[in-house]
Design a protein. Structure first.
Length: 61
């Protein structure tokens, strides 16, 4: 019984999956924070690019 308990305590198969899950959660938090922080400025950037493309398509400058 003690040998079975020791073998179970040394088993690390699930530890790697948990570590990868924590890394993925950390990356998701960083991406969410970046989108929250820079979302408005990126929106304005893409609006400006869209306006420039529309103007170029119409033949204007």
């Amino acid at each position: 019984m003690l040998a079975l308990k020791n073998a179970y305590a040394k088993d690390e198969n699930g530890a790697t999956a948990i570590e990868y899950g924590l890394i993925a959660a950390g990356i998701a938090v960083v991406i969410s924070a970046a989108v929250f922080a820079f979302g408005d400025s990126l929106n304005e950037l893409f609006k400006g690019l869209g306006g420039a493309l529309t103007g170029a398509e119409a033949g204007g400058e």
